[in-house]
Ligand binder design. Sequence first.
Ligand SMILES: C[S@@+](CC[C@H](N)C(=O)[O-])C[C@H]1O[C@@H](n2cnc3c(N)ncnc32)[C@H](O)[C@@H]1O
Length: 469
Amino acid sequence: MSAQGFNSQSQAFLEWFNSIPGSTFSDAIELVDLRSANAGRGIIATKDIEEDSVLFTIPRTHILSKQTSALRSKLPQVFDADQAPADPENGFAVKQDRWTSLILVMLYEYLQGDASSWKPYFDVLPESFNTPMFWSDAELDELQGSATRQRIGKEEAEEMFRTRIIPIVRQNASVFPRQEAVSDDQLVALAHRMGSLIMSYAFDLDKDDDSDEEDENEDGWQVDRDDELLMGMVPMADMLNADAVFNAVINHAADSLTATATRPIKEGEEILNFYGPLANSELLRRYGYVTEAHMRHDVVEISPEVIEAAVKAELQVDDSVLEKVRAKLEERELADEGAVIEWDTGAVEDDGTLLAQDLSRDSLEELNALLEAYLKYVEKYSQDRKRPREDAAISILRRIVHGFQAKYTTSLEEDQRLLGSLGAMDRRKMAVVVRMGEKTVLQKLQSVVMGAQSDQGPVEGSKRARTSN
Ligand SMILES: C[S@@+](CC[C@H](N)C(=O)[O-])C[C@H]1O[C@@H](n2cnc3c(N)ncnc32)[C@H](O)[C@@H]1O
C-alpha cells in the first residue's frame, strides 16, 4: 500500500478513536508509518514527554470483546453455557472459550463491512502475518533445531475453526452477513486472520465476570482456570510496538485503559510497550518479529525424549527399566515437559530500563533435578550403581549438548557471518536470529559441562554462566 493510503487509514482511525466519548490522545505523540523498519504502524513522541504522562486513554466501552459486541445478545446460546441446548448435534453444546468467542465476535464485526462501527479499526489491522504459522516448509527449515517449530499448531487451529467456528457462522446466516459469498476455506482463512490478530494484538483484561470463573477439582476446591480472563482487542493500545526495553505501560482501570510513560521519553523516540520476558523464539511464534534486546531471554528447551535418549545411551539401560523409570517420573510429574535452559540475565526495571545488576539464575537447576531423578530410579530399577551420579550426569549432559547441537545444521560462527550478509529483517533473518540465540545458550551450557568435566565438580550453571555475560 502507498504511504499516502497507509497514512490516510491511520488518520481515519485516529479520527474514529478521538470521536469515542472519554478517549484521549496526547498532542505529544503521533501514529506513524514504520514499515521501512518492518514494524508496521507505531507511535512516536513528537515532543519530549515527562515520566508518568498519560499518552492516551481508551474507555472500556470501546474494547472489542464478547462483552461489548452485539453478537452475544444475538446468539446467547453460543456464549452462555446455561443457555446451550443439550443436544451436541447442533454444534452449540460446546461452550466457547475466550479464543473462539473473540474470533466469532471479530468475524461478526468484520463481515458487517461498512455497517460495523469498528470498521476504521479493522482497516488498520494487518491482513498478513510473519508468524511461523504462515511460513513455508523451506522457511521453517531455517529454524533448524528450534523447538518453536513443534509449537506452531496450525492443524489444531484449523480443526478448531472447522468444528467450532464455521458451524456457528453457517447455522446463523441471518446474524453473520455476506457469508454466502465466502467459501468454507475462505472462512478458515478469515478465522486464521482473526486468530493471529488475537495472538499478537489482544489484551488480557479482568476476570470475565459472566463466565463460571472457577471450576472445582476432584477435592472440591475451587481452582483458577487459565481461560477465565476476558480477552479483548484494545484499539490504539495495540498500535504500540514493543521491546524488552520499553518506556510505556498500559494501566487497567475500572472504566478505561490508559497508556502511561514509565520514564522521560525524548522527541522522536518510539513509544514501546512490553510483551514480557520472552525468548525471541516465542516472540516470533506469537508476534512474528524478533529483537536484539529479547536475545537476553533466549532459552533452549530440552524435551523429555532427548533426555531419555541420552540417559539410555550413556547408561546402556534396558527398555524395561526405562519404562519403569518413566512411570515413576510421570507419577512425580517430572517427565512431562523436559527442562528449559535459560541464561536470563537482563531483567528490566519497572520503568522499562535494564536492571544494572546481573541477575543470573541457576539455569541448570531444572535439568540437574531431572537428571538426578533419572539416575536415582535407573539405579533403583536396574539394581546397579556402576558409577558416581555426578560423573554420569556430566556425561549425559554432554550427550544432550552434542545431540542438540547436531539438530542445528550450521555453526554459530557460520550464522554470525550469514547474519552480517543478510539485509532487511525478513523471515529468513528472523529464523537466523532465533537459532543463533539458542546456539548461544547451548554454547554456554557446553562450557559449563566442559568445565565441570575437567574439575569433576557438580554442574553449577549459574556460577559459571555469570562470567560469560
Ligand atoms: C500490537 S501490534 C503493534 C502495532 C503494529 N506494528 C501494527 O502495525 O499494527 C503487534 C505487532 O507489531 C509488530 N511489532 C511490535 N513490536 C515490534 C518491534 N519492536 N519491531 C518490529 N515489529 C514489531 C509485530 O508485527 C507484532 O505482531
